[in-house]
Design a binder for this molecule. Sequence first.
Ligand code: ZN
Length: 215
Amino acid sequence: MTHSRPLAGQSRRAHENSHIRKVESSDAEFPVQDYVRQLLVHVGEDPEREGLIKTPARVELAIERLTRGYRTTVDQVVNGAIFEETHESMILVRDIEVYSLCEHHILPFFGKAHVAYIPNGKIIGLSKIPRVVDVFAQRLQIQERLTDEVADALMRVLEPRGLGVVVEASHLCMMMRGVEKQHSKTVTSSLRGCFLAGETKDEFLRLVHGGSLLE
Ligand code: ZN
């Protein structure tokens, strides 16, 4: 990519963050540790016992970390790493690790994302794609919306001929409560542009599934 150069004057809309409210967790406004202490009491625990005494502080830190996406934008993580390039074949990043929290139970769902696009004059630094996935995964989510948001964000910054996102994930809220069999996975996909058409769609899904077509 030595002949590539950054594009000037990219639009910096941030509509994918429009539902986000600003949260800076001063104890007075956002007393997470108090909530956790109350939760411990509620389930029958003694929040003062040795193993639990630091748990409220740890949970607060963990929650901050796992929801960093609310304080990050796609434009920040892409940081101008969009390059002019005439490459016209499919670019696929497979097996991106995904860790998110379901918004219904605040329990983890996790798995893999596969992202592919066919450029239309612009490409993105490959390491940026997993970071774009994280922007949306590190929020309270449902898998369907996560898949759509990654697709829409990359459509906006890349303006490609087409793009596909597949997410396969296991949901602890279903697995731990026995709602589903332990090894079932939920697969969601968002296809845009030329990925909606037969041949490109087939090629994408074949590549994602290691040679076998998605049924
Ligand atoms: Zn759930």
